[in-house]
Ligand binder design. Structure first.
Ligand code: ADP
Length: 287
């Protein structure tokens, strides 16, 4: 495939709700996402993150602009049902609430649901279910009832269900927001594994800075526009502007900024706790 996996040109979206004034919630969004990239999307509530995700998966149709997925114009007038099915298979979505995404009463049936709807043969489905449950670390729960699982376990089952359709890209729309710290950690580890080990393109909407720090690139939305698009290190350098739009930087990055302001020499970037510890240790060793 030539070119980026996802490309948008001048994307805008207007909600036309009869009961409210029409609002342009996305304005002229042009971006590119390469195959295999791990991109985090940040922005305060109402900045347009979920709307962007729904456009990329064609749950919503843009008011203006173009979206290309795998080089194909999915906003073209002649896009058919077959193309739409292929898109949904290739770009999966995992949502915020784990309880709204599970449909069956047994875990393995839930994971098999997507491929069954695609008409995949049962031997192949069995193989895929076993593989994807192992990838998300839920093999031992294959025969369990989903409603008895923790939030983090349910989200990993939801991820397995999407994985069973062999997607090229998965969009996570605040998929860790309703989880406790342990569930969040397990889900983040699963997301990182699909990207780093399986080469799946990940687009992760989050409001947790420590999660965004694990991405290759962060896109910051503010009031429907792209405010920043760059590496975590570059984006977190923009501390003042981020604060003005209601976003904090990771605490470890802020600590290093404060220490530098106080005159401590700390060479290197700091976006994760590990970076922070090594910068401080290096500095102590030099004293
Ligand atoms: P985010 O995910 O960044 O919180 P959203 O994309 O959900 O932002 O929403 C962007 C804006 O669009 C918000 O102002 C929100 O109120 C508005 N909005 C979202 N969904 C609808 C809808 N169905 N009808 C009208 N306005 C909506």
């Amino acid at each position: 495939m030539e070119g980026p996996f996802i490309r948008t040109e001048g994307l805008s979206y207007l909600y036309e709700d009869e009961s409210a004034t029409p609002t342009l919630v996305l304005k002229d969004i042009s971006l590119q996402i390469e195959k295999g990239e791990f991109v985090a999307i940040l922005g305060h509530n109402g900045s347009g993150k979920s709307t962007l995700a729904k456009l990329l998966n064609m749950i919503l149709v843009p008011t203006a602009g173009k979206i290309y997925v795998g080089g194909k114009d999915i906003t073209a007038d002649d896009i058919g049902d077959e193309d739409m099915l292929a898109l949904r298979r290739s770009v999966g979505m995992v949502f915020q609430n784990p309880d709204n995404q599970l449909v069956a009463t047994i875990v393995e049936d839930d994971v098999a649901f997507g491929p069954e709807n695609l008409g995949i043969q049962s031997a192949e489905i069995r193989k895929r279910v076993d593989e994807v449950l192992s990838i998300v670390g839920m093999t031992d729960y294959a025969k369990h009832e989903p409603h008895r699982l923790s939030g983090g376990q349910k989200q990993r089952i939801a991820i397995a269900g999407v994985l069973a359709m062999l997607p090229e890209c998965i969009i996570f729309d605040e998929s860790t927001a309703m989880l406790d710290p342990l569930g969040r950690k397990d889900v983040m580890n699963a997301i990182e594994k699909l990207n780093r080990e399986m080469g799946i393109t990940v687009i992760m909407i989050t409001h947790y800075m420590d999660e965004a720090a694990r991405a290759d690139r962060i896109i910051v939305l503010d009031d429907g526009r792209i405010l920043f698009d760059g590496t975590p290190s570059y984006v977190f350098e923009q501390e003042e502007t981020l604060k003005e739009c209601g976003l904090a930087i990771p605490q470890c990055t802020e600590l290093i900024h404060r220490m530098r302001d106080a005159g401590v020499v700390l060479d290197g970037e700091c976006v994760t706790l590990e970076d922070c510890v090594s910068l401080i240790l290096n500095s102590l060793e030099k004293q």
